[in-house]
Every structure is written in structure tokens, then in C-alpha cells.
Design a protein around this ligand. Sequence first.
Ligand code: HSE
Length: 373
Amino acid sequence: MQIGLLGFGTVGRGVYEIIAGREDIAIARVLCRRDLELPDAAVTHNFEDILNDPKIDTVVEAIGGLHPAYEYVRSAILAGKNVATANKALIATCFDELIPLAREKGVFLRCTASVGGGIGWLSELERARRIETIHHVGGIMNGTCNYILDSMTRLKLGYSEALKQAQALGYAEADPTTDVEGIDTWHKLIVSANIGFGVSLDISEVPAAGISRIGAEDVANFSANGLVCKLVSTADCLSGNYSAYVQPTLYPLGQPEAAVPANYNLITLEGNISGRQSFFGQGAGRYPTAYNVVQDCVDFLHGKGFYTAPGRKVAIDNSVKLRYYVRTAQEDLWLKENTEKHWAGAVVTKPVEVSVMHQWLKAHPDAFMAAFA
Ligand code: HSE
């Protein structure tokens, strides 16, 4: 296999290092904005050099973001090249287009590293669905947010300091807003639900709330009540009804989610035969992520393409009711009517619909909320 590697940042460099010395896979060319010299691969600033190189049969996309990743991946597929990518934004957004296109062109497309970094989550999801119906996928899917929340809880770090450390360790996206506002988790949930349920969710119908407004006072409130806050994704398929959302969630100490440290992820599926299975590992960082990109390339050598055929479009119904912790400086009638009890500077709501809580949060940009698991 001859690879054209797009990007030589955190993930691209890791892919290059893991592949070096392998006999079955070689990196022929690297697309990189910087001037770079590599002993065993040509470096170019021009994607066309990779696209038009007939000996390159596989493109590894490690530049992230939607553009120009979308244009590059689409062109590579149209040119008859396999694609391995860690790009969840791309796969979540272009699921309905890129997967059928790869099938039509008879090339392989895989994105195992796009959810869970080094965990074989999507590949196990694929295996699960061969023999069972999956009715739940979700969990802790963002290493940056977990690192921040864990540092705030265990080490009593401030939010900004914890974020800076996560960035320095190479966990965060180029723009950390994507991580801390739950967008990265949102993309990962869409990819997981589409593959696990065999459907195509409308990404715009899935609400996502992040952790950027959490403060030390919230963490103190949670600790005082034996709770730990995590950013969690949830998608359920029950009796043909689909719900999906991303939100900060409170777990009692002693629950597996409460104990997830640093940049680790804990992702769970529930199926009608195997029951509940959880997958734990490093969800971000150079080598964990590059590991699964290279696994995808090896899968291509074994003739394995995408996990499942794209399914039908389904609507989301988030009328399920949960109790929430809410902190806001504003007086609010709806919140007053739905308050069950007060916690230092915050309230705990009665059970309210997930969709209603997320709508309320959008209208209250100062507020922080977290659901009780
Ligand atoms: N920024 C992502 C995270 C990288 O922190 O989980 C892996 O997708």
C-alpha cells in the first residue's frame, strides 16, 4: 500500500512514525504547509501531487476540519483511492454523501480514529451489529473535556489552566471551542449512532451543550454532594423512537464514568444480545489516534471498507425527562416553576424534557447546566 498523507501535525506525524519500517505499507508523499524534509517520503505543498500520483492507492486525511478536508477526500475517492481519516466533523456532516460515493467508486473508507481515539470503538460497534440490535450508544467521547473536568475536580485547577494543559498535551482541536462547547462530542455521537443504529441522523436536530461555563463553584457543589461532572453523549433507539443529545452529566462517585481520568474516554453500547459493553482508552493524543488510523489502513489490506451501509433518515424526539443542576445569575420564571430544591448558588430542577432544557440554555448564555445521570 502506498499512502498519500495529508497533514503532518499531531496525528499525521504519529501515522508517519507508526508506519516507518513496515513492509506492507509505505508513505509515498506527505502534504504539509511547512517546509519539511523526510528521509523516505516526498513532501509537497500541493494536494494535486498526491491526487495525480498513480502509485498512491490510499489517502490518509489528518488535517481535520471540514474544509479543505472535504474537497480532498471527495477528490481522492473520485480518483479511485481509499481513504482513512480521523475527521469526525467530516464524517458526521458528509455521511450521506461520502459513504455511498466510496461504495459507488469501489474504494474503501474508514474512520475508526474519529471516535474514541485509540479505542477500537467503531470497529467493535460494527462487530456488535453483525449479530444484535443496538439500542444505546454514548459516553465520554472527548479527551480534552475529560482532562479539564478531571483536573478541576481532582487537582482543583481553574478552567483556563486545565484547558491550556490539554492544549499543550495535543488533546485539543486547533480551535478548542469545538471541544469545550461539545461540538466534537456531537460529531462523534452522530457517527456512532449512524453506525450503531444503521440510520442517518439529522445533525441539526441533535442538541449539544458544553462545559465552557463551568466554574469552581459548580465543581465544589458537585464534590459536596458526592458527584462528578463529565461531558457525555447519549443516543437511544427505543421502540423505533430515536433520542440523541450531548450534555454535562453528573455521576455519583463509584460509577465507572465518575472514575475516568485525564484524556481517557469511556464509551458504551447496549445491545439486545450482549447487553451493556463499555470501551475504555485514550480518546485523544498523537499515538492513540494515529494507531487507529493505521489500523484502518491494515483493514484495507484485508479488504475491509466502511462499517455499514448508510441507513434511512430518522427524526429525533428528545422528550425524555431528566433532572438538571442549573446555575444562572438571572431571575427566570420557568426555572422558578421547575425548581425542586436549591444548592449553594444553583438549583436542582424537577424532571424536565431534554429538548426544553436545551432550548432554555440557548436563551440563557450565562447559565451552566448539568443533567443527573
Ligand atoms: N479534541 C479531541 C478530544 C481529539 O479531545 O477528544 C480526539 O478526537
